[in-house]
Every structure is written in C-alpha cells, then in structure tokens.
Design a protein around this ligand. Structure first.
Ligand SMILES: C[S@@+](CC[C@H](N)C(=O)[O-])C[C@H]1O[C@@H](n2cnc3c(N)ncnc32)[C@H](O)[C@@H]1O
Length: 265
C-alpha cells in the first residue's frame, strides 16, 4: 500500500514536470518540419540499405527515421534553451547519428561529437549531417582523450557509456558511484569552461523505473546536480546549483546578429 502510494506520488510529480516541459517548449516553438526539410532523407535511406540493422536490433534504433529523431532533438534543444542561447561550444558524448549536434549548428553553436566507430551507419550519418566527431570509447576510471579545448556545454543524451556488460540474467552491470565521480571530475576539470554545464540524460531502466535509484540520486545531488525527470545537470563548479535556462558562453556573450531561422513565430 505504501509502495503504491509512493509510486502514485512519483508519477504525479513526473506528470507535472512533463507538463511544465511542454508549456516551456510551447512558449518558444521551433519548427521540426522546416529543419527536416534541410536533411537529405533519401540519402539516409540509402545509408541504411548500405549499413543494414544488426540482427535483433530494436526498432528504437531506426536512426534513418529523421522525422522522429529531429522531433526528439528539437525538444533537447528547447529544454537547454539552445534556440535562444548565444553561440556555444558543445561536446556531445555518445553522439550517435549526430542529430543533436546538427540542430545545434543550425542554431549557431559549434559542436564536436565523441563516439565509438562500432556503428558504421553513424559514420555515414555524421558525415551526411556535417557533424565532426572524435572516435573514442569512454571507459570507467579512465580520462577522456585530450581534446585541446574546453566547452560551454557537455552533453550525453540517452547515455549508454556507463553500461559495462550484461550479467547472466541480461541485467546491465553499470558504473559505480566511484566511476561516476571520476568521470564528472574529469569533465569538470578538463572539458568545462568555468561557467560550463554537463547535461546527462538517461533512458528509464528495463522495468520502467528511473535511472536515478535512491542511491544514484543521492550521489548526483551530492555532486551538485539538479535532477529533472531523466536529466542531471551539473555546473563546472560543484558548489553552484545550475539552471537549465540561459547557459552562457565565455568570455563575452557573443551577439547573435541573425534572426532565428527555425522559429515558427
Ligand atoms: C542510445 S545511443 C544514443 C545516441 C544519441 N546520443 C541519441 O540520443 O540519439 C548511445 C550512444 O552511445 C555510444 N556509446 C556507447 N558506449 C560508449 C562508450 N563506452 N564510449 C563512447 N560512446 C559510447 C553508442 O555508440 C551510441 O552512439
């Protein structure tokens, strides 16, 4: 009984937060349709034929479905206010097909992706979308490769790099809090500018529950994270509680001179 009440409460908080996200997006509309029109969808289909699905691949991984993925990534851009921010330098970890950084570029930001080269389809899509990426694998307790620059924003959407391997029951063995601590320290000290932000977004677990178990929530909060739904936002300075709105660039806020071509208003 107590558990079901707790679950109800959780769902109602999530429902309110979801509604809030919808309202925020609605007040600053972005036309996914106009963005989609800038992408060569026939070439995406051709790439998929060239690099077919792996056996047992999940349909969610239909990255040639640009209409779906542009829709998803428009929301990411809106939620981080990237459609309204001055030009930023953005590093996207596990950049996958490259849609997020493609959108970032449309809004005047400069992006760099990082991913393994295991998925040949992503090699093709990042080239097609003009997304620059570093081929590297993120390992627990191992510094990321030196990228010789720092960023205003480091992102990871639908993060997978913390999954190490599946056990005999098919359950993922994941990074421990100590692994996360190492990673966050590495990002803070080597990749974030002083005002920079780290945004991590996680898929729900296989049973539908949040990535943020009680223990992980407490850990991320101890690192100064603001947790909102599936996302954790961290500032470069652990003592600063970051906000999603108004991520700044440095040292001066660059003036945006052109009008936003993707706005529906
Ligand atoms: C679920 S996909 C998400 C892709 C993209 N961020 C998105 O939201 O569409 C996870 C991505 O992380 C990458 N990845 C998984 N493990 C990784 C690791 N250890 N190091 C770097 N990239 C990794 C995969 O290649 C894949 O592109």
């Amino acid at each position: 009984m107590r558990l079901s009440r707790k679950l109800q409460k959780l769902f109602s908080i999530d429902a309110v937060q979801s509604l809030w996200e919808h309202i925020c997006r609605w007040t600053h509309p972005v036309s996914a349709r106009r963005i989609l029109a800038t992408i060569d969808q026939a070439e995406l289909e051709r790439l998929r034929r060239h690099y077919p699905y792996r056996p047992n691949a999940r349909r969610i991984n239909a990255y040639e479905d640009a209409a779906y993925w542009i829709g998803v990534n428009v929301k990411h851009v809106q939620d981080l206010w990237l459609d309204r921010a001055p030009p930023l330098h953005i590093l996207d970890l596990g950049c996958g097909a490259g849609y997020f950084l493609y959108l970032c570029r449309l809004f005047g930001h400069e992006g760099l992706g990082l991913d393994t080269d295991e998925e040949l389809f992503f090699r093709g899509t990042t080239q097609l979308l003009g997304v620059r990426r570093i081929v590297a694998r993120i390992h627990p307790q191992t510094p990321l490769p030196d990228l010789e620059k720092k960023f205003d924003l480091v992102t990871g959407h639908r993060v997978c790099f913390h999954r190490i391997e599946r056990d005999e029951n098919g359950v993922w063995k994941e990074w421990t809090a100590a692994d996360w601590e190492f990673f966050i320290h590495d990002i803070r000290t080597r990749f974030l500018k002083p005002h920079g932000r780290l945004l991590l977004e996680f898929n729900p677990r296989a049973d539908g529950s949040s990535f943020f178990t009680e223990e992980l929530r407490a850990f991320f909060e101890s690192q100064g994270a603001r947790i909102f739904r599936r996302k954790a936002l961290l500032a470069a300075d652990q003592n600063e509680r970051p906000r999603f709105r108004g991520i700044k660039n440095s040292p001066r806020r660059a003036q945006r001179t052109r009008s936003n071509p993707e706005s529906t208003s």
